[in-house]
Structure formats: C-alpha cells, structure tokens
Design a protein around this ligand. Structure first.
Ligand code: ADP
Length: 495
C-alpha cells in the first residue's frame, strides 16, 4: 500500500454498488489512537444518505437478491470469502490504524474471518423447512424466508470481526444490509465495499454508511424501511435502540457487554491458568466484551496468583500496534482512555490494592497515543464498581473465594452473562461448575475459544440471540407456515 504523506482520504460512501459523496453528511477525521493524530479523512453519512442506502437495500431485496437461487448466493459468498482473503494485505493496516488493534491480532482475526465467510456460505443453501404431518385433507409445510433489510451496527474494538458475523449470516439468509461502523473505526469496514464489488454482489445488497450513532444510527433503527437491527455494542445503546425501534416493532439481536469471571481453582495448573488469565484480562488493551476481567482465585493460591499477575504485568510489551513485537496497544479513543483512567480513580477510592499499572503511560515514543499500563488490583470484592462495571481497559480485578459454591455465587452475581472461564484439573468439578455458570460461553482450561461453528452470545444483559454456529442464520429468517388443502372443500358456515 502506498504511504500517504497527509491523511488518507476516503471521501465516498458505498451505496447501491456505487461510491458516492455524502449528500448531507460530512468529511470527518479518523484518529490513529497510537498517535492521537488524524490519519484519515472519512465520509460520514447524513440522514438523506441513510435513506438512499435503505432504499437501495430494499430494492435489491425485492429484486435480484431475493430471486437468486440459494446455491448461487452460496457461491457468491464463497467468492466474497476469497476476495476478502486476497484483500487482507490491502485492508489490514487500515484496521490497525483506525482501531489500534495489534497487527499480530488483526492478522489472526482477518485470516479467521475468511473461514467465517466460508462457513456462512456453506449455510446459505441449507435453510431447510419442514413438512408437518396432519391428515390427508391438508399438506402442511414451513419455509424459511429472509427478514428483509438489516441494519448492522458495529463497535470499534474489533471492526472487521464484528461486521463479519453479521454480514456473512445476513447475506447467507438472503437479506440485504445497511452497515454502520463505529465513529472511530469507519475505514476498514468501508473497504468491504471493494470486496463486494470484486465478488460481484448485486448493487444495493451491501451498503456502507459510516456516521454518528446518535444521528444516523438512531435514524436507521427507527427507519420504516429497515426490518431488523443486528447490533454489537453497549447495553445502554441497546436499551435506547429498543425504544427507537418500538414504533416499527423491529427485530433485534444484541451482542453486548460482559464482566466475565475467570475462575482459578487451587488444583489448576497455575502456569497455564496465568497464561490464559493475563491474556484474557489484557487482550486488545482490555477492549473486548469477552474480557476475563474478574479473576476469581481460590484462597490457598490467591497470594501466589496475585504475585504472578504482578510479575507478568511488568513483562507486557506495550508499544505501537504496527510493531510485530508489541503485545499491548492503545485504547481506541480519548473517550475510552478517559473512561479507563476514571476507573483507576474509582479503584483507588474503593480501597482495592493496586499491584501493577493504574496509570497512563508516559513514554516519549508513545507520546500522544492513548496508552495505559496493564493493571492488576488485588483484594477486590465483587461489590466494588471495578468488579461490577465494564471498564474496557486492561484491568484485572483479583477476587478471592473459598470452594466451588462461593466461586459459582460470585461468578453469577453480575448483570452480565456473556463468557466465563475456569481452570481446574478435576474433571467432575469442570462439569459441575461449568453447568451452573450463567453465561453464553464457558471455557474450561482454555479461554476465548470463539469459532464460526460455535454459537456465541449472552445470557442476561449481555445480549439477545446468538451469532455463529449452525443456527447463525435464524435471527435473519422468518418461518412461513403453508397449509394446502388437498380437497379444496370449504363448508358454508351460514347454510
Ligand atoms: P461505546 O459506548 O462503547 O462507543 P456504543 O454502543 O455507543 O459503544 O457504540 C456502538 C455502535 O453503536 C457504534 O456504531 C455507534 O455509532 C452506535 N450507536 C451509538 N448510539 C446509537 C444510537 N442511539 N442509535 C444507533 N446506533 C448508535
């Protein structure tokens, strides 16, 4: 990719298969969180642009996309997957510059997304219906039909991964989309338009409109031309969306926040558990809904684990995300940085014992970037705000417990229920405890094992519905029941 001297320019929205300038939007800076400086200038859509995008998506839904045989749609998705693979060198740096994700993580993610798109392609022609036995007078069957136009609204922590799960499933189901990436990470998602072109997607099937959530995000959610909203982001935004979408009774799926327990029993292999618990608490600079941010440690090994955490914090290589050797990059935005710094204050005020970190990083080579130290608190109780609220910073809160019952009680004492981890060498305990954890994904002696074939989503306030897995298309499908009389006889009730 040619290196631009000034900010790179992405002045067009992707609507109806064309690259168009915003009608009532604007050009907005995209900030590189590693430097705090603008690296790109990006087209943001206004409401009229969103109207155009919805109209294009509706027309495509009624027209070529709806009529395309499912196996051809599957083939097109396979082409999309391969075009995505070929585009990785072209788009990976955009993902890193916008989000501050590590290049090493982005490479792994984008490679996996190829497999994800292929998985969705493989589901596209398997939306089978059923025949329902009644009696000889009727033939009853169900068919699965796409819900229509989907608004996919995504967050900034993993832009291309979060859109992949929605885009792949919605296209496979036969829906069309209007995609709105987060304000701070518009660019890599916008470039999916190029991939759509290379894959030969009909115009209007995929439309991409960066913009402000409270403005065009809200407009999309309330739009009468949108049938369904698929959203990944914060619970507060999801609750607002429900109100906005109420008038049109929109279908919603939500993948929201978490405050995952990562439980370490005294019988665990501590070295392995620490490898997992530290990375799960600090990955992506703490900006993950699956973050193992509450580390529950059985009391006999608590002090040892706390000391190991403290030592590991000192070994984390914080640096520029494009550097292959870096293992922790910046927070995504000034706003997120401020939020994390505010929780350092809260942790102090609550009387948690700071074992490591707890500050913004002050290093000349990272000046201007939104970097914070990997942070560990000991002596945390589950009632403290640092244990209850999602921080989205690299903060591990170490909570002691005694025995299985207390571990389960603390683990479930949270409004969230997205993911959980536990480490034990006792097979019976692995089953007993995992069976009682209120979370959509439970990982035993591993963590963050997320794949295309495994359902992913939240219990409680962590979401509605599941992404991935064999049922990934369900939220994008309606079931139609058809009853055909074999006799055509209808009695006159008024005779
Ligand atoms: P965060 O608070 O961590 O930035 P959000 O949940 O607010 O996370 O943002 C996730 C996505 O939701 C972004 O694409 C954002 O623009 C969008 N968004 C924010 N507010 C609204 C809203 N009121 N309606 C629709 N989308 C919104």
């Amino acid at each position: 990719m040619a290196k631009a001297t000034g900010p790179e320019r992405f002045e067009h929205l992707y609507i109806n298969g064309e690259w168009v300038k915003p009608i009532d939007g604007a050009l907005v800076d995209s900030i590189d969180p590693a430097t705090g400086r603008p690296w790109a200038l990006v087209a943001f859509a206004g409401k009229q642009d969103v109207d155009r995008a919805v109209e294009a998506a509706r027309a495509a839904f009624r027209g070529p996309w709806r009529r395309m045989p499912a196996h051809e749609r599957a083939a097109m998705l396979r082409r999309f997957a391969e075009a995505f693979r070929e585009a990785i060198p072209e788009i990976i740096e955009h993902e890193v510059r916008d989000s501050g994700r590590l290049i090493v993580d982005a490479r792994a993610d984008l490679g996996a997304e190829v497999a994800w798109y292929h998985w969705f392609a493989s589901l596209a022609d398997k939306t089978l219906g059923t025949t329902v036995p009644m009696d000889d007078s009727v033939h009853c069957f169900t068919t699965r039909v796409p819900v229509g136009v989907v608004a996919a609204i995504t967050p900034w922590n993993a832009p291309l991964m979060t859109i992949c799960l929605k885009l792949g499933a919605a296209l496979a189901a036969g829906c069309t989309l209007v995609v709105k990436p987060a304000e701070t990470t518009p660019v890599s998602t916008l470039l999916l338009g190029r991939i759509a072109e290379r894959a030969g997607l009909p115009p209007g099937v995929l439309n991409i409109v960066p913009g402000h959530g409270h403005e065009i995000g809200d407009h999309l959610v309330g739009h009468p031309g949108v049938d369904k909203v698929s959203f990944t982001g914060s619970g507060a935004t999801a609750k607002r969306m429900l109100k906005t979408g109420a008038d049109s009774l929109k279908r919603f799926t939500f993948e929201l926040g978490g405050k995952a327990p990562h439980i370490i029993f005294a019988d665990a292999d501590l070295e392995q558990a620490l490898n997992s618990a530290t990375s799960s608490a600090w990955t992506n600079c703490g900006q993950s809904c699956a973050l193992g941010s509450r580390v529950l440690v059985e009391r006999p090994v608590y002090d040892r684990v706390a000391e190991m955490f403290r030592q590991r914090a000192a070994t984390v290589r914080v640096g520029m995300p494009m550097d292959e050797a870096t293992r922790m990059g910046p927070q995504n935005s000034q706003q997120q940085l401020d939020k994390t710094l505010s929780y350092f204050e809260i942790g102090r005020a609550e009387g948690a014992e700071l074992l490591a970190g707890g500050r913004r990083i002050d290093r000349p080579d990272l000046a201007g970037g939104y970097f914070v130290e990997p942070t560990v608190y000991a002596g945390v109780t589950n009632q403290m705000r640092i244990a209850r609220e999602e921080i989205f910073g690299p903060v591990a809160a170490l909570i002691p417990f005694d025995g299985e019952e207390e571990a389960i009680e603390i683990a479930n004492d949270t409004p969230f229920g997205l993911t959980a981890g536990l480490w034990t060498n006792d097979l019976g305990r692995a089953h007993r405890v995992s069976n009682r954890i209120e979370a959509g994904s439970v990982w035993v002696n591993t963590y963050r094992y997320v794949r295309w074939s495994l359902p992913y989503g939240g219990f409680k306030q962590s979401g509605w519905g599941r992404e991935n897995g064999i049922d990934a298309l369900d939220p994008y499908l309606e079931t139609r029941t058809t009853v055909i009389s074999t006799t055509g006889q209808a009695a006159n009730p008024y005779a």
